[in-house]
Design a protein. Structure first.
Length: 97
């Protein structure tokens, strides 16, 4: 049963990524899996394999991080999304799958 659930989820992710590529008419070169699901090595690997794109896992606490980043930006401590991304990359454990 667990295998069926995991395969169904990863198939669904691959399907929607393919749909997104068609809608945007752009390639998607990498995927960031965040939140609690990024801790699950099996779902991360299945998703990477089925999407056939470079994938990264983490950070786990992405909701709180996003909130903090928005506050930093509103206070003028960060200027743009590029600076936000750089801060996250330097501050949190993000692993290539």
């Amino acid at each position: 049963i667990i295998s069926s659930v995991y395969n169904s989820l990863s198939d669904s992710y691959a399907k929607y990524i393919e749909s997104l590529k068609n809608i945007l008419q752009k390639d998607i070169n990498y995927l960031h899996i965040v939140g609690g699901g990024s801790r699950d090595k099996l779902i991360c690997k299945l998703t990477k394999d089925k999407t056939n794109i470079k994938a990264f896992a983490g950070p786990v606490e992405c909701t709180a991080i996003g909130n903090i980043l928005a506050q930093f930006k509103s206070l003028g401590l960060l200027k743009n999304v590029k600076e936000m991304r750089e801060l996250v990359i330097k501050s949190f454990d993000i692993k290539e799958i």
